[in-house]
Design a protein around this ligand. Sequence first.
Ligand code: ATR
Length: 278
Amino acid sequence: MTPEPDRYAVIGNPIAHSRSPEIHQLFADQTGESIRYEKILAERDGFKDAVARFFDAGGRGLNVTLPFKGDAFEWADQRTELAEHAGAVNTLIAQDDGTCLGANTDGIGLLRDLKKSLRLSIQDTRILILGAGGATRGILEPLLQEKPALLLVANRTTERAEALAKHFQAHGQIRGCGLDAIEPGPYDLIVHATSAALQDQGLGLPDTLIGPQTRCYDLLYRDTDTPFMHWAKAQGASQVTDGFGMLLEQAAESFYMWRGKRPDTAMARNYLRPGTLP
Ligand code: ATR
């Protein structure tokens, strides 16, 4: 008898539009692994119950998305060093001894995609990150490891940006400020990491941030341009992209942690979004 495939899922709220199931199924086909991958919609206060049910029923691993990356951090029995510093977990891995390991593959995913999609090397660049929530926490340490000249985190609530900058100050040149107090650019890279676009709101940013060399990256992904991408294009940014490449790369890293095999993300991208890799 063929054994049941190992079970995985992505959990979030909302979750209907997640592309993780098709991505992981494609990775499984590429690598010859037998898995089943679902979506789980959890109530805002129902994360723990949903995760407990999943693992009690034999689930092997979860991807965790908005708004639960902090809850996943709390849930994990042990965490990787990156997840520990970030205070956010996007990947849960069932261990053989019955415990659960929490990891964060967002930063690695972003860095890999910045190199592939934007051909960008971070060293000595000036980077502006918009937002200081869970998404930002996951990417700061891997970005700082690449030694940018400056990493400025700007947030609607100034104190959160300042607190994050303080938390990561041992890792490199990082500062925090309010969205209304961003020092003028142009920046080499602007990363959008707020949840504002989920509600289709603009951020009211000044028009001093973007020059002809500025690259803009939205951590969100959609079939059409996000409000941040519209804004960046209108301001004349040299390259503007959404987070689909990062989604693929962080998923590939999660898949590797679960299955020990590395999927081919370029092939996956060509299949899922033909003709978009430069
Ligand atoms: P998560 O931790 O899951 O990423 P979060 O902590 O709610 O979610 O963070 C969302 C981010 O989007 C925060 O930086 C938030 O700014 P505040 O810290 O000031 O709340 C930002 N954000 C959400 N809606 C926004 C809006 N309409 N305008 C500007 N920033 C917004």
